[in-house]
Each structure stands twice: as structure tokens, then as C-alpha cells.
Design a protein around this ligand. Sequence first.
Ligand SMILES: [Zn+2]
Length: 408
Amino acid sequence: MYENLVNQAAGKLLAADIKHNRLPGAVLFAGPEASGKLTAALETARILSCHQTPQGKWLCECPSCLQHKALVCSNLMLMGPRDCSLEISAAAKTFTEAHFINAKYIDAARYLFLRSVRKLTLRFNGILWEGDSNLNKIGSIIEEINESLEQLDFPRDLPDNGTVKKLCEDISKLCTKLEDDFLYDSIPINQVRNMEAWAHIKSEEGRKTVIIENADRMQTSVRNALLKILEEPPEDVVFILLTSKRNAIMQTILSRVRTYNFTDRSLEEQREVITRVFHNDDFAGNLNDYLLTYLPVTPSEIKNQARIFYNSVASRQICNIDEIVKKCEKFYPRIELRLFLSNIALFMKPMLNSQAGSEAAAKAMQLLRNCSDNITLYNQSPVSALEILMRDMFALNNSFGGVFCAAM
Ligand SMILES: [Zn+2]
């Protein structure tokens, strides 16, 4: 059990609790990003629905385990936002290279790619999206993805190198579109209700698992709806909440779940993950930085552009927003927008040394969140959203007598 969870003690605790039938119906995996929480949650789902005794052995080949390994299982519900597109690009590269050199690890690389795509598409389960106005559009993109994915799936023989590469590229593009255009940044209430209805239907395939990623990012009404479910959980369903901000989770929810802590892995351990999973031996940085190398625009270029924007506010001189958006390739995929805004937040840190600075920074943080919502939720163009942000930050800087100071 949990052999794929590299360097996390939580795996041993979970394995022991499952073995002794002590795993409660609702658990929380808390720990920093890229610490293996989703890997552990998916592995938990596999183990709990395994048909063999002893249950959930590594490399078990019972029908349920095979389905879970490929992430085509009807007793698993995966919800919540996640940046999937970089992992999909990284997995595509590992897979196409393994195919090209006819590597011994080709099957593992193939699973890596299939799973990386399904970690995204599972979030678009029609049951969850019932009643959503985007359901049809999403359905046709998913259909397109599945058609291509089928040609790469087991037990088929893989097509030639060129075809595999082309299929991976097509799938990656569709996935980026799916994630950027349709994946909500926080779970809508409708999805929690749909999930609840699903959870109450008895499954013939045994235990159901509901995984909720970034569980801290829920609106109040959604948290309350979830709390109700956790107070009277349906039989035979395990809820796994994931978060990198345990402090942001409501106390009432925390009291309903058992927390398993995931720790930050050392640089050495993260490099081991990069080598073992992505078969890249010569990347020197951490896992997050490795995935960021798959962004179309480099993180340092995004930081540069954020600095230009921020310094324009600080020096009260308008800058060319069109140019910034162009240099950041229209913030597509959206993770670039998050990086851009979080760099601006970092540039404001020195302001926290003064009372007025802290106040202004808190107000500016709200403006950054609005800007993100305007683009991701309300489909405003990045240029107009940044123009509004610029205008509002100018006004804020003026009303605080020029408290923003230039960043180096
Ligand atoms: Zn099994």
C-alpha cells in the first residue's frame, strides 16, 4: 500500500488504519503543495474498493484495482480546482520520450499520461455537472479527449511515434481549454448537492470515495452544505478532503475529520520524485519548479512583467498593459495569471512594515482577488481586467499618499 507515495510518513499511518479497519468516514490530508496528497487520496480509493484479501496490495490485479489504476472507476468522485495542465504536459513528455526510445518503463509512462489526463476529466463527471449551463460544451470536449485517449489506452498497441506525439499534443490542448474555461476556482453549491445525491445511492462496486481538492477554497454556503453531509455521512462512503491551508478550513469541518499531515519534502526527496515519476535525472530544482518549466512563458518573465506593472503603480506612471498581456501570452494557461498576481503580492511585502502600508496592502490584496475573479469567473479580457486593476491601485496609492514603493 502507498508504495507510490514517495517519502511521506502519512502513507504508513493510512496503511495501518486501513489494515485495522480504523479509517473514519471523513479524513483530511493537509500539507504543502506537491506533497503527494492527491496521489495518496487516489491510492486510498483504490485500496478501499479492492476485491482481494488482503485488501489493496500493491500491483493487485483485481478488476477494481485495474480500473482505479487507469482512473476509470465509477465509485470515485473527484471534485475541486487544481492546476492539471502542467502535469499533463510533463507526463506527455515523459510518455512520448519513453515511446521514442522504447524504454523499459513505457507502461508506467503510459499510465502516467493517462492518469494525468483523467485527474482532470474526472472532475467533469456528468453527474456532478447536472444542471450546469456548460454541461453540453464540456461534454463535447470530453468526448473529443476520450476519442484520442482511447488510441493511447491499454490494451492497445501504441501507434507510431509521430502519431503518439500528435495525439498527446491534441489532448493537452483540449485539457488546457477544459481547465481554463470551465473548471471553477471554487466548488459551486450545485455540485455538492449532486455529489450528495450520488453518495446516497448504494453502489454495487463496494465502497465509494469522494475526493475534494483545495477544500479550503469553498464559499460559506458550500461549506455548510458539505458540513451537513459530513455530520450524517452516507454509509460506505469515504470523504477525503485535501488542503494546503488547514487554517482556512472551518472549525466545524475540522472537528468532523481526522487529519493526516503531509510534510514538505526536502529538495533531494523532490528530485527523487522527478526522477522516479518523470524520468528526468538532470533537473536541479524542486517539483513545483519542474512543472513550471512546462509553462509557455517562463516564471521569471512573468515576474518581470509583474514588476513592470507594480512599479508603474508605485511611480504613478501608466505602463503599456497590452504589452504585458502579450508578453504573458494572454495568461493562458491561467496558472500564469496566478503567478503574475502572486508576484505583485510579494512586491507589496515591504509595505507591511508600517500601519498605513499594511492597510493599503490589505486593500490591494482584495483588488488582486477581484482582478482574478473578473478574468476567471466573469470572462473579462485580461487587458480590461488589468486596466481596472491599474486604475484602482493608482487610486489606492494616491489615497494613502504614495505608500507603494518600487520593487527591485
Ligand atoms: Zn485489488
